[in-house]
Design a protein around this ligand. Structure first.
Ligand SMILES: *[C@@H]1O[C@H](CO)[C@@H](O)[C@H](O)[C@H]1NC(C)=O
Length: 412
């Protein structure tokens, strides 16, 4: 009896040790193989009950490293859209600034290594053999130094093969790693690097689905310039210090994520023309067509307010942040999800909470309502949401507490 117990405890102990040993190696691997077609996009609904509108970064730690980059059943469509944008020479979809090739390359290989371990059926890599004295043969932080440097990336979903030496021979030593990275994931990518004044600058990126901003307007800029230029309301008071502190203090063994949301008045993921007008004449300060160009270009589209709730689409981002160990660059990823509000409004509690959140947006010139483009959709969206909320209450699908809310805690 006693010996059985001792043996059992010993086995348990051994098992626990074995698990700890494996945990490190399998950090990037999934617990269960994932099937793209069966994986729904993550259902982020990051708007909160009023009356106060939260103004902070809302950043959360990602505890499990296997959750860094996520794929879902929209993968093939999004990758096709990204490829179409990248093949259009009139758009600047990816760029690595001179001097930042190493930072962009580290981003690419860390992504490819993660994808090949986490989704081994969808991605594989070929590596050079490790030579201790040759740093260019060293592996990435996910697979380890001795695994060897990634030389070829296979994307088995699209059938594409990226041989990095072939790309380099064709395009020269300053080839753009972000172009390759942009064909691997659904996310837009931004590589941000500290400059000699301690400011973080956007030095490389793959931006195909930003909706309302263009890479060409922001590349090379510091974080503060990007947010002031983007007219983020209350940036100086509420965000500037904490964001810069966050970037300076970000450690390479940590992963973070945050969500935000917008609305737009068409279903276009890449560029919302009805929201901001023709992309080619976009003026990023006024967030609309450049007035000096509209007469010189044929068929310019101007922003147009929604006339029905069916025109309004909810747009939410999952952003992740991590620091890369070799170059110390910070890789920022942005996966954008687009859902028609008419569909979203069927989810219990959503119409009530969404209308309450919109009513909590500070009003006025260059304030949150302006920043989110409220005048383009609020007149049709709010009455629609109020009606749906009433119907849900009447049908008994939700119960309000004494504060008039459903009481769940963020994030939703
Ligand atoms: C462009 O889109 C942004 C983001 O939704 C919005 O704030 C802005 O008002 C739009 N521009 C115009 C001219 O409607």
């Amino acid at each position: 009896m006693l010996t059985d117990l001792v043996a059992a405890t010993g086995l348990l102990l051994l098992f626990a040790l074995y698990q700890r040993f494996c945990a490190k190696k399998t950090a990037a691997r999934s617990q269960a193989p994932m099937k793209l077609a069966a994986t729904q996009p993550l259902p982020y609904r990051p708007f909160r009950w009023g009356p106060t509108y939260p103004q902070h970064m809302g950043i959360r730690n990602i505890a499990e490293s296997s959750k860094w980059l996520q794929l879902d059943n929209e993968y093939a469509d999004t990758i096709r859209l990204r490829a179409t944008r990248m093949s259009d020479p009139s758009l600047v979809s990816s760029r690595t600034q001179p001097g930042y090739h190493a930072h962009a390359l580290e981003s690419l290989v860390e992504m490819a290594s993660f994808l090949s371990l986490r989704f081994p059926k969808l991605f594989t890599v070929e590596r050079t053999s490790y030579v201790r004295s040759d740093p260019s043969s060293h592996g990435d932080s996910t697979a380890g130094k001795e695994a060897g440097a990634i030389r070829v990336i296979h994307n088995h979903v699209t059938g594409e093969v990226w041989d990095l030496e072939v790309v380099e021979r064709a395009e020269g030593p300053e080839w753009d790693p972000m172009r390759v990275a942009g064909h691997l994931v659904q996310d837009d990518l931004a590589v941000v690097v500290e400059d000699e004044n301690g400011e973080y600058r956007f030095q490389a990126g793959s931006v195909c689905t930003a909706g309302f901003w263009r890479l060409q307007d922001k590349i090379g800029l510091a974080l503060d310039e990007i947010h002031f230029g983007g007219a983020v309301p209350n940036y100086a008071d509420k965000y500037q210090r904490s964001m810069n502190r966050f970037f300076s203090n970000l450690r390479e063994d940590k992963l973070f994520e945050r969500n935000n949301y917008f609305f737009q008045v068409d279903e276009q993921l890449a560029w919302s023309e009805k929201t901001n007008g023709t992309e080619a004449v976009f003026d990023h300060f006024n967030k609309g067509p450049r007035l000096d160009l509209v007469d010189k270009v044929d068929g310019v589209v101007h922003p147009a307010a929604a006339t029905r709730a069916e025109d309004v689409w909810f747009r939410t981002e999952r952003q992740t942040l991590r620091r890369l160990p070799k170059t110390r660059a910070i890789l920022f990823t942005v996966r954008t999800y687009l859902v028609p509000v008419t569909k979203l409004a069927d989810e219990p509690g959503v119409p009530g909470r969404m209308a309450s959140a919109i009513r909590s947006w500070p009003q006025g010139d260059r304030s949150v309502t302006w920043y989110k483009g409220g005048e383009l959709f609020n007149p049709v969206l709010l009455p629609f949401l109020d009606q749906k909320h009433k119907e849900q209450l009447a049908a008994g699908v939700l119960h309000l507490n004494d504060k008039g809310t459903t009481g769940e805690r963020y994030p939703f």
